[in-house]
Design a protein around this ligand. Sequence first.
Ligand code: C5P
Length: 228
Amino acid sequence: SKLSVIIPAAGSGERMGSDIPKPFIKVGDKTILEHTISRFLEVPDVAQIIIATSKSYIPTIKSMFEQLSTDIQLDVVEGGAERQFSIYNALKLVSAECELVAVHDAVRPFVRKQLIEECCEVASNIGGAVLGVPAKDTIKKVDADKVIESTPDRSVLWQAQTPQVFQKELLVKAYESALGENFIGTDDASLVERIGGAIQMVEGDRENLKITYPVDLKVAELILGVGK
Ligand code: C5P
């Protein structure tokens, strides 16, 4: 089935400590966002890519689209104050021909084609799929004073990455429900979980890093062989 890809790229880049929002930082010859988009251009089922960005970057995205030679439908939409609102705005533009929707962070440029396809297959079969890896560190639950309350069993903990792929109706329903009840989640699956949707974890790899802190940018440069 045809896939629509929503790429939220409206974050401010606070944790990076940079003036330029993370997706627009250059690594090698391209911006992080361009690296990310190029991964999805390789996937035959992709029919549409929607970028959510802040108002001031909409012209940047439009001129970037002009450089891409592809049959894929390319759209841009203004983002919101939270990642979730950015995605909700994009969801309204999903093309009618797409049965599946993938949400993928602009700042994960190393996602592999085969894993995107694996997520799509699982989502087609059961409703939703989340790419992730088993938790590497021991995770602690703490109170407001950082006093440790408990240590969840690591063997059942996974780190959720993106893409997170869902059947379109399921994702739309989850977003509308979350909006109606003022629930804000840190990923898309958490919204779908709330309405009881079935989602399976797909084991990915640790190269699919989320460029968030300055050290992540250094690792990204090493992966691309452009380290300074
Ligand atoms: O802030 P966080 O690291 O969770 O951001 C993940 C992705 O969501 C980034 O690609 C960022 O640009 C995007 N985002 C967004 N709208 C926001 C906040 C974050 O599109 N309001």
